[in-house]
Ligand binder design. Structure first.
Ligand code: ADP
Length: 276
Protein backbone atom coordinates (compact mmCIF):
# COMPACT_ATOMS: atom_id res chain seq x y z
CA UNK A 1 0.00 0.00 0.00
CA UNK A 2 1.36 3.42 -0.96
CA UNK A 3 0.16 6.56 0.81
CA UNK A 4 0.55 10.10 -0.43
CA UNK A 5 -0.05 13.07 1.83
CA UNK A 6 -0.56 16.65 0.85
CA UNK A 7 -1.39 19.69 2.91
CA UNK A 8 -4.17 22.04 1.92
CA UNK A 9 -2.98 25.56 2.42
CA UNK A 10 -5.34 28.54 2.25
CA UNK A 11 -4.32 31.83 0.54
CA UNK A 12 -3.93 33.32 3.98
CA UNK A 13 -1.22 30.79 4.64
CA UNK A 14 -3.16 28.79 7.18
CA UNK A 15 -3.24 25.09 6.80
CA UNK A 16 -6.82 23.96 6.63
CA UNK A 17 -6.57 20.29 5.92
CA UNK A 18 -4.68 17.22 4.88
CA UNK A 19 -5.39 15.02 1.91
CA UNK A 20 -4.32 11.43 2.05
CA UNK A 21 -4.38 9.23 -1.08
CA UNK A 22 -4.11 5.54 -0.44
CA UNK A 23 -3.08 3.51 -3.40
CA UNK A 24 -3.28 -0.23 -3.41
CA UNK A 25 -0.11 -1.31 -5.21
CA UNK A 26 -0.84 -5.01 -5.08
CA UNK A 27 -4.12 -4.39 -6.94
CA UNK A 28 -2.27 -2.39 -9.61
CA UNK A 29 0.35 -5.14 -9.87
CA UNK A 30 -2.37 -7.72 -10.31
CA UNK A 31 -3.97 -5.69 -13.12
CA UNK A 32 -0.58 -5.23 -14.82
CA UNK A 33 0.19 -8.94 -14.53
CA UNK A 34 -3.21 -9.92 -15.92
CA UNK A 35 -2.77 -7.51 -18.82
CA UNK A 36 0.65 -9.00 -19.66
CA UNK A 37 -0.73 -12.54 -19.44
CA UNK A 38 -3.61 -11.57 -21.66
CA UNK A 39 -1.40 -10.19 -24.42
CA UNK A 40 0.79 -13.27 -24.21
CA UNK A 41 -2.30 -15.52 -24.39
CA UNK A 42 -3.68 -13.72 -27.43
CA UNK A 43 -0.33 -14.04 -29.20
CA UNK A 44 -0.11 -17.76 -28.50
CA UNK A 45 -3.72 -18.37 -29.44
CA UNK A 46 -3.21 -16.73 -32.83
CA UNK A 47 0.21 -18.21 -33.47
CA UNK A 48 -1.06 -21.78 -33.19
CA UNK A 49 -3.60 -21.63 -36.03
CA UNK A 50 -1.26 -19.48 -38.12
CA UNK A 51 1.70 -21.86 -37.89
CA UNK A 52 -0.49 -24.86 -38.63
CA UNK A 53 -1.95 -23.05 -41.64
CA UNK A 54 1.53 -22.18 -42.82
CA UNK A 55 2.54 -25.84 -42.88
CA UNK A 56 -0.56 -26.86 -44.79
CA UNK A 57 -0.12 -24.07 -47.34
CA UNK A 58 3.59 -24.93 -47.73
CA UNK A 59 2.70 -28.56 -48.34
CA UNK A 60 0.10 -27.53 -50.91
CA UNK A 61 2.49 -25.24 -52.74
CA UNK A 62 5.19 -27.95 -52.65
CA UNK A 63 2.93 -30.11 -54.80
CA UNK A 64 0.24 -31.51 -52.52
CA UNK A 65 -2.32 -29.48 -54.49
CA UNK A 66 -1.97 -32.07 -57.27
CA UNK A 67 -2.84 -34.91 -54.92
CA UNK A 68 -6.62 -35.26 -55.06
CA UNK A 69 -6.53 -37.44 -51.93
CA UNK A 70 -4.97 -34.94 -49.52
CA UNK A 71 -5.51 -31.51 -51.09
CA UNK A 72 -9.21 -31.08 -50.17
CA UNK A 73 -8.42 -31.98 -46.57
CA UNK A 74 -5.50 -29.53 -46.36
CA UNK A 75 -7.66 -26.76 -47.77
CA UNK A 76 -10.48 -27.59 -45.36
CA UNK A 77 -8.11 -27.31 -42.38
CA UNK A 78 -6.90 -23.87 -43.45
CA UNK A 79 -10.51 -22.76 -43.99
CA UNK A 80 -11.59 -24.00 -40.56
CA UNK A 81 -8.64 -22.35 -38.86
CA UNK A 82 -9.32 -19.06 -40.66
CA UNK A 83 -12.95 -19.19 -39.49
CA UNK A 84 -11.84 -19.90 -35.94
CA UNK A 85 -9.42 -16.96 -35.96
CA UNK A 86 -12.18 -14.67 -37.19
CA UNK A 87 -14.42 -15.93 -34.38
CA UNK A 88 -11.63 -15.32 -31.88
CA UNK A 89 -11.02 -11.77 -33.09
CA UNK A 90 -14.76 -11.03 -32.94
CA UNK A 91 -14.92 -12.43 -29.41
CA UNK A 92 -11.90 -10.34 -28.40
CA UNK A 93 -13.52 -7.24 -29.86
CA UNK A 94 -16.73 -7.76 -27.95
CA UNK A 95 -14.78 -8.36 -24.72
CA UNK A 96 -12.78 -5.21 -25.33
CA UNK A 97 -15.99 -3.21 -25.93
CA UNK A 98 -17.36 -4.50 -22.64
CA UNK A 99 -14.07 -3.77 -20.83
CA UNK A 100 -14.02 -0.18 -22.03
CA UNK A 101 -17.69 0.32 -21.26
CA UNK A 102 -18.58 1.22 -24.85
CA UNK A 103 -20.89 -1.75 -25.16
CA UNK A 104 -24.23 -0.75 -23.69
CA UNK A 105 -27.20 -2.92 -22.93
CA UNK A 106 -30.36 -2.38 -24.91
CA UNK A 107 -32.83 -3.37 -22.26
CA UNK A 108 -36.38 -4.44 -22.92
CA UNK A 109 -38.96 -6.19 -20.82
CA UNK A 110 -39.06 -9.78 -22.03
CA UNK A 111 -41.09 -12.86 -21.19
CA UNK A 112 -38.23 -15.20 -20.26
CA UNK A 113 -40.27 -18.40 -20.61
CA UNK A 114 -41.07 -17.48 -24.20
CA UNK A 115 -37.52 -16.44 -25.03
CA UNK A 116 -36.01 -19.60 -23.49
CA UNK A 117 -38.49 -21.75 -25.45
CA UNK A 118 -37.63 -19.87 -28.63
CA UNK A 119 -33.89 -20.50 -28.14
CA UNK A 120 -34.39 -24.19 -27.36
CA UNK A 121 -36.74 -24.64 -30.33
CA UNK A 122 -33.87 -23.53 -32.53
CA UNK A 123 -31.64 -26.25 -31.06
CA UNK A 124 -34.40 -28.85 -31.61
CA UNK A 125 -34.71 -27.61 -35.18
CA UNK A 126 -30.97 -27.94 -35.78
CA UNK A 127 -31.22 -31.61 -34.80
CA UNK A 128 -33.78 -32.18 -37.55
CA UNK A 129 -31.85 -30.36 -40.25
CA UNK A 130 -28.53 -31.93 -39.23
CA UNK A 131 -29.85 -35.37 -40.17
CA UNK A 132 -28.69 -34.93 -43.77
CA UNK A 133 -25.16 -34.66 -42.54
CA UNK A 134 -25.37 -37.46 -40.01
CA UNK A 135 -21.62 -38.02 -39.88
CA UNK A 136 -20.93 -34.80 -38.00
CA UNK A 137 -24.21 -34.30 -36.22
CA UNK A 138 -24.38 -35.19 -32.59
CA UNK A 139 -27.68 -36.36 -31.20
CA UNK A 140 -29.13 -35.00 -28.02
CA UNK A 141 -32.48 -34.64 -26.32
CA UNK A 142 -33.57 -31.39 -24.75
CA UNK A 143 -35.81 -31.67 -21.70
CA UNK A 144 -37.61 -28.55 -20.49
CA UNK A 145 -38.65 -28.02 -16.93
CA UNK A 146 -40.09 -24.51 -16.63
CA UNK A 147 -42.14 -22.78 -14.02
CA UNK A 148 -45.71 -22.18 -15.19
CA UNK A 149 -45.50 -18.63 -14.01
CA UNK A 150 -44.64 -16.03 -16.63
CA UNK A 151 -41.38 -14.35 -15.73
CA UNK A 152 -40.86 -10.88 -17.14
CA UNK A 153 -37.32 -9.52 -16.89
CA UNK A 154 -35.46 -6.57 -18.33
CA UNK A 155 -32.67 -7.85 -20.54
CA UNK A 156 -30.74 -7.16 -23.69
CA UNK A 157 -32.31 -9.91 -25.80
CA UNK A 158 -29.48 -10.32 -28.33
CA UNK A 159 -26.73 -10.47 -25.75
CA UNK A 160 -28.71 -12.74 -23.47
CA UNK A 161 -29.43 -15.13 -26.36
CA UNK A 162 -25.71 -15.26 -27.11
CA UNK A 163 -25.06 -16.43 -23.56
CA UNK A 164 -27.70 -19.18 -23.62
CA UNK A 165 -26.59 -20.24 -27.13
CA UNK A 166 -23.04 -20.51 -25.89
CA UNK A 167 -23.90 -22.65 -22.88
CA UNK A 168 -26.16 -24.86 -24.97
CA UNK A 169 -23.45 -25.27 -27.61
CA UNK A 170 -20.98 -26.26 -24.90
CA UNK A 171 -23.47 -28.70 -23.37
CA UNK A 172 -23.72 -30.39 -26.77
CA UNK A 173 -20.01 -30.12 -27.59
CA UNK A 174 -18.82 -31.62 -24.30
CA UNK A 175 -21.49 -34.36 -24.14
CA UNK A 176 -21.49 -37.87 -25.50
CA UNK A 177 -23.70 -38.66 -28.46
CA UNK A 178 -27.29 -39.16 -27.39
CA UNK A 179 -26.99 -37.18 -24.16
CA UNK A 180 -29.91 -35.52 -22.40
CA UNK A 181 -29.71 -31.77 -21.79
CA UNK A 182 -32.09 -30.55 -19.11
CA UNK A 183 -33.12 -26.90 -19.20
CA UNK A 184 -34.83 -25.41 -16.19
CA UNK A 185 -36.40 -22.07 -15.38
CA UNK A 186 -37.61 -21.13 -11.94
CA UNK A 187 -38.07 -18.10 -9.74
CA UNK A 188 -37.11 -17.45 -6.14
CA UNK A 189 -38.21 -14.54 -4.02
CA UNK A 190 -36.18 -11.99 -5.99
CA UNK A 191 -34.32 -13.89 -8.68
CA UNK A 192 -35.04 -15.91 -11.77
CA UNK A 193 -32.76 -18.87 -12.26
CA UNK A 194 -32.12 -20.51 -15.56
CA UNK A 195 -30.07 -23.69 -15.68
CA UNK A 196 -28.67 -26.05 -18.29
CA UNK A 197 -27.52 -29.53 -17.23
CA UNK A 198 -25.63 -31.97 -19.38
CA UNK A 199 -24.42 -35.54 -18.96
CA UNK A 200 -21.05 -34.77 -20.46
CA UNK A 201 -17.40 -34.80 -19.49
CA UNK A 202 -17.83 -32.61 -16.46
CA UNK A 203 -15.10 -30.30 -15.21
CA UNK A 204 -12.27 -31.36 -12.86
CA UNK A 205 -12.63 -29.81 -9.40
CA UNK A 206 -9.37 -27.86 -9.67
CA UNK A 207 -10.54 -26.20 -12.91
CA UNK A 208 -14.04 -25.14 -11.85
CA UNK A 209 -12.79 -21.83 -10.44
CA UNK A 210 -11.12 -20.92 -13.76
CA UNK A 211 -13.80 -21.93 -16.19
CA UNK A 212 -14.95 -18.32 -16.79
CA UNK A 213 -11.39 -16.99 -17.31
CA UNK A 214 -10.37 -15.77 -20.74
CA UNK A 215 -8.77 -18.54 -22.82
CA UNK A 216 -9.10 -21.11 -20.09
CA UNK A 217 -9.94 -24.61 -21.33
CA UNK A 218 -9.76 -27.91 -19.53
CA UNK A 219 -8.36 -29.49 -22.66
CA UNK A 220 -6.90 -26.97 -25.10
CA UNK A 221 -6.40 -29.41 -27.96
CA UNK A 222 -9.92 -30.77 -27.70
CA UNK A 223 -11.50 -27.32 -27.56
CA UNK A 224 -9.47 -26.15 -30.58
CA UNK A 225 -10.31 -29.26 -32.55
CA UNK A 226 -13.98 -28.45 -31.98
CA UNK A 227 -13.48 -24.89 -33.17
CA UNK A 228 -13.52 -23.37 -29.67
CA UNK A 229 -11.91 -20.04 -28.80
CA UNK A 230 -11.88 -20.34 -25.02
CA UNK A 231 -13.66 -16.98 -24.78
CA UNK A 232 -17.33 -17.96 -24.82
CA UNK A 233 -17.77 -18.31 -21.06
CA UNK A 234 -15.70 -15.20 -20.34
CA UNK A 235 -18.06 -13.21 -22.57
CA UNK A 236 -21.09 -14.88 -20.98
CA UNK A 237 -19.90 -13.84 -17.54
CA UNK A 238 -19.39 -10.21 -18.61
CA UNK A 239 -22.84 -10.06 -20.19
CA UNK A 240 -24.62 -11.56 -17.19
CA UNK A 241 -22.76 -9.29 -14.77
CA UNK A 242 -23.70 -6.26 -16.89
CA UNK A 243 -27.29 -7.33 -16.23
CA UNK A 244 -26.62 -7.38 -12.48
CA UNK A 245 -26.84 -11.17 -12.51
CA UNK A 246 -24.58 -14.10 -11.68
CA UNK A 247 -23.36 -17.13 -13.59
CA UNK A 248 -21.80 -20.23 -12.07
CA UNK A 249 -21.31 -23.93 -12.57
CA UNK A 250 -21.73 -27.13 -10.59
CA UNK A 251 -19.90 -30.05 -12.06
CA UNK A 252 -18.85 -33.61 -11.35
CA UNK A 253 -16.04 -34.90 -13.51
CA UNK A 254 -17.23 -37.73 -15.70
CA UNK A 255 -20.87 -37.17 -14.78
CA UNK A 256 -21.84 -33.79 -16.16
CA UNK A 257 -22.19 -30.10 -15.51
CA UNK A 258 -24.95 -27.66 -14.67
CA UNK A 259 -24.57 -24.01 -15.60
CA UNK A 260 -26.75 -21.53 -13.72
CA UNK A 261 -27.69 -17.97 -14.59
CA UNK A 262 -29.53 -15.87 -12.07
CA UNK A 263 -31.00 -12.46 -12.76
CA UNK A 264 -32.56 -9.99 -10.37
CA UNK A 265 -36.32 -10.27 -10.54
CA UNK A 266 -39.07 -8.14 -9.17
CA UNK A 267 -42.45 -9.69 -9.07
CA UNK A 268 -45.23 -7.40 -10.19
CA UNK A 269 -47.92 -7.47 -7.59
CA UNK A 270 -51.35 -7.33 -9.19
CA UNK A 271 -52.01 -5.04 -12.09
CA UNK A 272 -49.00 -3.99 -14.18
CA UNK A 273 -50.65 -0.61 -14.70
CA UNK A 274 -51.35 -0.02 -11.04
CA UNK A 275 -48.97 2.71 -9.92
CA UNK A 276 -48.80 1.21 -6.42
P1 ADP B 1 -14.50 -23.12 -25.69
O1 ADP B 1 -14.49 -22.32 -26.94
O2 ADP B 1 -13.20 -23.80 -25.40
O3 ADP B 1 -15.68 -24.03 -25.58
P2 ADP B 1 -15.68 -21.66 -23.43
O4 ADP B 1 -15.27 -20.38 -22.81
O5 ADP B 1 -17.07 -21.75 -23.96
O6 ADP B 1 -14.60 -21.98 -24.54
O7 ADP B 1 -15.46 -22.82 -22.35
C1 ADP B 1 -14.23 -22.91 -21.67
C2 ADP B 1 -13.91 -24.34 -21.29
O8 ADP B 1 -14.82 -24.79 -20.29
C3 ADP B 1 -14.04 -25.36 -22.40
O9 ADP B 1 -12.86 -25.43 -23.17
C4 ADP B 1 -14.27 -26.66 -21.62
O10 ADP B 1 -13.04 -27.18 -21.17
C5 ADP B 1 -15.05 -26.18 -20.41
N1 ADP B 1 -16.51 -26.37 -20.56
C6 ADP B 1 -17.42 -25.47 -20.92
N2 ADP B 1 -18.67 -25.98 -20.92
C7 ADP B 1 -18.54 -27.27 -20.55
C8 ADP B 1 -19.45 -28.35 -20.34
N3 ADP B 1 -20.78 -28.21 -20.52
N4 ADP B 1 -18.95 -29.55 -19.92
C9 ADP B 1 -17.62 -29.71 -19.72
N5 ADP B 1 -16.70 -28.74 -19.89
C10 ADP B 1 -17.15 -27.53 -20.30
Amino acid sequence: LNAYFSLIQRESGFISGLVCVLHDVTEQQRIDRERREFVSNVSHELRTPLTSMRSYIEALSDGAWKDAKVAPHFIKVTQDETERMIRMINDLLSLSRMDSGTSKLELELVNLNELYNYILDRFDMMLKTDDDDARNAKHYTIKRDFTRRELWVEIDTDKFMQVVDNIMNNAIKYSPDGGVITCRLLETHNHVILSISDQGLGIPKKDVAHIFDRFFRVDKARSRAQGGTGLGLAISKEVIEMHGGKIWVDSVEGKGSTFYISLPYEEYEGDLWDEN
